[in-house]
Design a protein around this ligand. Structure first.
Ligand code: TYM
Length: 333
């Protein structure tokens, strides 16, 4: 038990999740829960870097936890918790802020993109967000961080900060490795397949939400952009079809070549119709379980309370070690 490696990852409760979040991240977590000591967090402190309506934030936070459970994360095997319940995240975040170069944060592509979109709220939190993410990871001595492709650059910062701290103050943090699956780590928009599928896209036809109903899923897949070649083939010249094939394969576990063979000589209509059923059937049990938990909030409360207790113990120990190394006087009360 003791020599299990540690995993940390999280999702922001900044709105409904897409199948990109599911296929790129959460679905992989479920496979890792047997082998690793896993900490999966709902990162509400990250979410407030863009304006959030308090009542929506509360609902979204619980909904993400419900989704973790509905997707198959077992609360007995994993530590499932809410970031703001463990104050060490903010505290280590501050220490790491003082060790992060402005230039590093200026280069973050996600910051550049987000700041272009929401110029009216260019707050300092949006800028230093990757530092808080590094604190999340380093607090738990995480060896592995399973994320989608878009988080790679943030993870490099976490690695860099761990090394910088260790060099300056002696060995303290584990340098985390990203775990990005080779396939499906970037699910693309259904409308502009050159762009990542994102819940903040202005066009709702660009994404499928985990909680979309069957009719909506079918409609969105039917409208997904394809091409005029008319062959179901996994090729860079057909980015729309390539993305749909990725989704198909991720949901069914079938190999790309098998799927291509199955639709050899058939048109996009048949392929899309089957895919729509596959996605709708795949998401139905998840939606039902989320609805169950959202109407049984006391079960969620018991899970996040226990998760925070476990996370707090580990995080407080690391924070004490860090404070001591940097020269803060230990508390004597
Ligand atoms: P977030 O909330 O934007 O996304 C959650 C996870 O979903 C992945 N993802 C995708 N994967 C494939 N295709 C897509 N289209 C797609 N869209 C999103 C993300 O890569 C991510 O793994 N900063 C993080 C949250 C975070 C975190 C952490 C993650 C905070 N602290 C510590 C790991 C470790 C974020 O905004 O993810």
């Amino acid at each position: 038990m003791e020599d299990k490696k540690t995993i940390f990852s999280g999702v922001q409760p900044s709105g409904a999740l897409t199948i990109g979040n599911y296929l790129g991240a959460i679905k992989n977590w479920v496979q890792l829960q047997e082998e690793y000591d896993c900490y999966y967090c709902v990162v509400d402190m990250h979410a407030i870097t863009v304006p959030q309506e308090p009542k929506d934030l509360r609902k979204n936070t619980l909904e993400i936890l419900a989704l973790y459970l509905a997707c198959g994360l077992d609360p007995e095997k994993n530590t499932l918790f809410i970031q703001s319940h463990v104050s060490a995240h903010a505290e280590l975040g501050w220490v790491l802020n003082t060790m992060t170069y402005m230039g590093q944060l200026n280069r973050m592509t996600q910051y550049k993109e987000k700041s272009q979109k929401s110029e009216q709220n260019l707050n300092a939190g949006l800028f230093t967000y990757p530092v808080l993410m590094a604190a999340d990871i380093l607090l738990y001595d995480a060896d592995v961080v399973p994320v989608g492709e878009d988080q790679k650059q943030h993870l490099e910062l976490a690695r860099d900060l761990a090394e910088r701290f260790n060099n300056r103050y002696s060995e303290t943090f584990t340098v985390p490795e990203p775990f990005i699956s080779e396939f499906g780590a970037k699910i693309m928009s259904l409308q502009e397949p050159g762009k990542k599928m994102s819940k903040s896209d202005e066009d709702p036809n660009a994404y499928i939400l985990l909680l979309d109903d069957e009719a909506t899923i079918k409609r969105k897949i039917k409208r997904a952009v394809t091409d005029s070649l008319g062959v179901v083939k996994y090729s860079d010249e057909q980015p729309g079809i390539k993305n749909l094939l990725t989704i198909y394969s991720k949901f069914t576990g079938e190999k790309i070549e098998e799927i291509e063979r199955k639709y050899d000589g058939k048109g996009y209509g048949d392929f899309k119709e089957d895919l729509a059923c596959i996605v709708a059937d795949g998401l139905k049990p998840i939606r039902e379980k989320v609805n169950y938990y959202m109407s049984n909030k006391s079960e969620l409360e018991a899970i996040y309370a226990e998760g925070a207790r476990k996370a707090e113990r580990k995080a407080a120990k690391m924070l004490r070690k860090v404070y001591k190394k940097i020269g803060f006087i230990p508390k004597s009360f």
